[in-house]
Design a protein around this ligand. Structure first.
Ligand SMILES: NC(=O)c1ccc[n+]([C@@H]2O[C@H](COP(=O)([O-])OP(=O)(O)OC[C@H]3O[C@@H](n4cnc5c(N)ncnc54)[C@H](O)[C@@H]3O)[C@@H](O)[C@H]2O)c1
Length: 316
């Protein structure tokens, strides 16, 4: 049985599938040639990340296809309901990348409070001629320890982020309409662990209390953070979006940075992805990454293995 991993899959995933007798093709087939390729090669499983779209054209015209797998969480690029209606298995790997995204959030937070995003832009240009000026410009850093992290959306990634915050010595508050209470277990290297119990509070209270806000909700129709929400935040707060573009109103974000309400923002995802607005890209107070939250070797290994386990269970 042949599996096409059109956006790639980890070597560990390939090995696990091959061990069970599957053949894994890792050719990246152009979107418009996918139907032909799947039919010509009798593909039974199509694995994608976020690039390849799996819409009705593929679902309707590829009779050999039995399974669609998304390496990662969001399934915006797959017509899930339609595929299921047509009898296809649709799988994803919701838990595999939570810790990687959480670490990226903290990379942005640690960077943000010490202006690393801006220092890294300016040191190569002026570090030799204006060292003292740059030193002064980046001298008013703050520490994360002792500050409050507000988490909006307390699912897998929200809780993974909270664990790191607790380890750093931050206070954590969260808002999630569907998770009234949560117990977060923070494990240490030597087997010790400490559990913390939390209760959801209103989004308004989170925004009010937090020094830094991080958003971990699924894509939704309305902005979760817009002008009204920025106004509720503490003066000089920071915000991170490593969830989905469109969760934060970018126009309101720029305004909040320019009027001094926010001190910095960090974005891994963008409203107009994959062509983020130039105002966002050029802003000195925004720390930027190109949607790499899940892009660690460890997460990709877990994703590949999780997909392989599910494929073997469903198709063998
Ligand atoms: N940056 C990346 O590369 C990357 C990687 C993986 C996932 N993500 C994104 O991260 C987000 C969270 O993923 P997850 O695995 O934690 O999902 P999850 O389903 O485990 O958690 C999401 C939580 O958000 C809550 N929620 C929904 N709407 C809300 C709202 N309006 N206000 C507050 N809470 C709300 C839900 O109740 C749920 O508990 C998703 O958008 C996902 O697509 C990004």
């Amino acid at each position: 049985m042949k599996i096409l991993a059109n956006d790639g899959v980890s070597q560990s995933g390939i090995a696990a599938l091959e061990k069970e007798g599957f053949e894994v093709l890792t050719t990246t087939v152009a979107q418009e040639q996918l139907v032909n390729f799947i039919n010509e090669n009798n593909i039974v499983g199509l694995l994608v990340r976020s690039a390849t779209k799996v819409r009705a054209d593929i679902i309707d015209n590829c009779p050999s296809l039995k399974l669609i797998g998304r390496g990662g969480v969001g399934m915006d690029n797959i017509d899930v309901a339609y595929a299921k209606e047509k009898g296809l298995h649709v799988i994803n790997t919701p838990a595999a990348s939570s810790e990687s995204v959480a670490e990226l959030v903290f990379a942005h937070l640690f960077g943000g409070v010490r202006f690393l995003h801006d220092a890294n832009r300016n040191m190569p240009l002026d570090g030799d001629s204006k060292f003292k000026e740059l030193k002064k410009a980046y001298a008013k850093g703050v520490e994360l320890r002792g500050k409050t992290l507000g988490v909006v959306g307390f699912g897998r990634i929200g809780q993974a982020t909270a664990k790191i915050a607790l380890g750093v010595g931050m206070k954590v508050v969260y808002s999630d309409p569907y998770i009234a209470e949560a117990s977060v277990n923070v494990p240490f290297f030597d087997g010790q662990a400490v559990s913390f119990n939390f209760k959801s509070i209103s989004k308004e209270d989170v925004l009010n209390q937090a020094d830094f806000v991080t958003v971990h909700v699924p894509a939704q129709k309305e902005y979760v953070i817009g002008k009204a929400e920025f106004n509720l935040m503490k003066d000089g707060a920071g915000i991170v979006n490593a969830a989905r573009g469109g969760v934060i109103d970018e126009v309101a974000l720029i305004a909040a940075l320019e009027n001094g309400k926010l001190s910095f923002a960090a974005l891994d995802v963008f409203e107009s992805e994959p062509n983020p607005e130039i105002k966002i890209l050029m802003h000195p107070n925004i720390s930027l990454t190109p949607h790499i939250g899940a892009a660690t070797g460890e997460a990709q290994d877990r994703i590949g293995l999780e997909l392989a386990t599910q494929i073997v269970a469903l198709l063998k």
